[in-house]
Each structure stands twice: as C-alpha cells, then as structure tokens.
Ligand binder design. Structure first.
Ligand SMILES: O=C(O)CCC(=O)C(=O)O
Ligand SMILES: [Fe+2]
Length: 273
C-alpha cells in the first residue's frame, strides 16, 4: 500500500477551464474591502471563499467517485474539513516543510493564531488537482509513510528527509487535470522551486465524523438550489465551523500595531543622531 492513488481523468478539461475562467479575475487581485480576490501568505495566493465561485467547484468537491472512495477508505461518512484553490509562486524565501495533515486546526481568537493538534487514529483523504500545467514545484509524497508516520508525535519531518529520500514521488511535468488522492497521514509537501511557472491547484481534505467540522463554507445562493443530501453532508450543511479559513493575511493596521515597538526604538535612536 503506497497511501495514494492517481485519479487523473476524474475531472475533464472543460470543467477545469470553466473553473479557471470563473476564478481568474479574483486570483489576480487581493481580497480587500469588498473586492473579491486572494489572500496572500508567503509565496502563495489563496482564493477567498473558494466554493462560492461556481457550481463546477462544488461538483469537484462532491464528485460521487471521490466521495465513495473517501467513505470506503475512512469506513465512515466524510465531510470537507479544509479546502482551497491557491497559486504557488517560485520563491527563494519560502518553502513548505515535509508534514502530515492528520491534525485538527483550530483558530485561537485571543492569540490570533491557528493551533494544530495531530490526531494519529483517524483515516481520511486529501485530494489535490492541478489547475495549471506543472513543470516544477509539484506535490511530493513519501510512498508508504502513512504506515509509520503515526508513530511520531511531530507534524514536521524535515529532519528525516535523508531516511525517506528513496521513497519520494514527485508530480512534476504533469498537465492540468492531474488529480492525486492520498491518505492525510502520508508525509508530503509542495516541492520547493525558485524559478519557472506559477502553479495553481485545488485542494480538499475529506475527513471522517470523528474530526470536527473544519473551515467555514460560504456558498453562492445561485448554486445551492438542487444539491443532493449527500452533497449537503459533504459540505457541512447545518454544522457550525470549528475554525476559520486558512490562511489569514496580514492586515496593514495590525502590522503597524505589532511594529509599534520598533517604531518607538527608531524614534529613540533618532534622538541621538
Ligand atoms: O501544494 C501542495 O503541493 C501541498 C499542499 C499541502 O500540503 C497543504 O496545503 O497542506
Ligand atoms: Fe499538506
């Protein structure tokens, strides 16, 4: 058991082009003050309110084959706990570490941070679909690591890279529509890259009922009239979210507030020149 499956072909190219068409404009501008767009975090841009952009996006997240597979794997009803459409830019400053996602993310409102807790004993899937052709910077999985990763307390695995390097599988040079589903206890990351094309992807985490609801899901009333009961289950209808959408960008006012200590130092220094 490798812990992943290649489902490329599940979503056809026409659907991918429709999704790209509907999100293209928003992916080119920041989400701010009523302007619908992306949230910036490091070298990535995350489309705010991802699932509100079209029925095609709902249909990917609730694709019957995908949901049947996830429920057979989890041996439970599943729900969408985390989701996003995002672009990853080549970067010399940022890289994703080797990590697991069999964890619960909760937003701590007091300290304004996401808190993560690894939950070893549950089974669910992540899927990742490329919305752009990917040469470099693709997703990397460590084959079979879901069988031993649960024995470690940690969420990060950079320190063990040498030990598992022979099992790394990289999905580079892969066309849009490439669709990979993996056990979320599989060690993985986005391959760091410093040049070349921007990579745009769609991500969903399908979790069993032992995992809390997850991120809020905002839908467009245009799209929800004919959803099936199964779709409503997957999309958490009637359930209270257990965290906020990840990530939260830096707000200028907040940045100023956290920098005010520095500003004071600068003023003091200025006194002496
Ligand atoms: O973008 C990727 O290749 C991986 C994304 C991922 O692991 C995550 O967002 O948790
Ligand atoms: Fe991940």
């Amino acid at each position: 058991m490798n812990g992943f499956v290649n489902l490329t072909g599940l979503i056809d190219n026409k659907t991918i082009e429709t999704i790209n068409g509907k999100t293209q404009h928003a992916m080119s501008q920041p989400h701010a003050n009523g302007q619908r767009g992306y949230i910036k975090d490091g070298c990535q841009r995350y489309l705010a309110d991802t699932i509100s952009y079209g029925i095609e996006i709902i249909e990917v997240y609730t694709n019957p084959t995908l949901i049947d597979l996830a429920e057979a794997y989890a041996k439970d009803n599943i729900h969408l706990s985390n989701y996003r459409i995002y672009s990853t830019f080549p970067s010399k400053d940022f890289k994703m570490w080797w990590h697991l996602d069999n964890k619960i993310d909760t937003y701590d409102f007091e300290n304004r941070v996401f808190v993560q807790k690894v939950i070893p004993d549950n089974k669910g899937l992540i899927f990742l679909m490329y919305l752009s052709d990917v040469e470099d910077g693709g997703v990397q999985l460590v084959r079979g690591s879901h069988k031993w990763s649960r024995d470690y307390e940690t969420e990060g695995f950079d320190h063990m890279e040498e030990e598992f390097s022979k099992d790394i599988i990289t999905f580079n040079n892969a066309p849009k529509g490439t669709f990979i589903a993996y056990d979320y206890a599989l060690i993985h990351r986005a391959k760091p890259y410093t040049g070349g094309n921007v990579r745009t992807s769609m991500f969903g985490q399908l979790s069993p009922s032992s995992i809390p609801t997850g991120e809020p899901i905002l839908l467009n009333s245009r799209d929800i009239a004919n959803l099936t009961d199964k779709q409503k289950q997957v999309l958490n209808f009637g359930k209270k979210p257990s965290t906020l959408n990840w990530p939260i960008g830096q707000i200028d006012a907040f940045k100023e507030q956290t920098l005010s200590g520095n500003n004071l130092m600068n003023k003091i220094k200025a006194l002496f020149v």
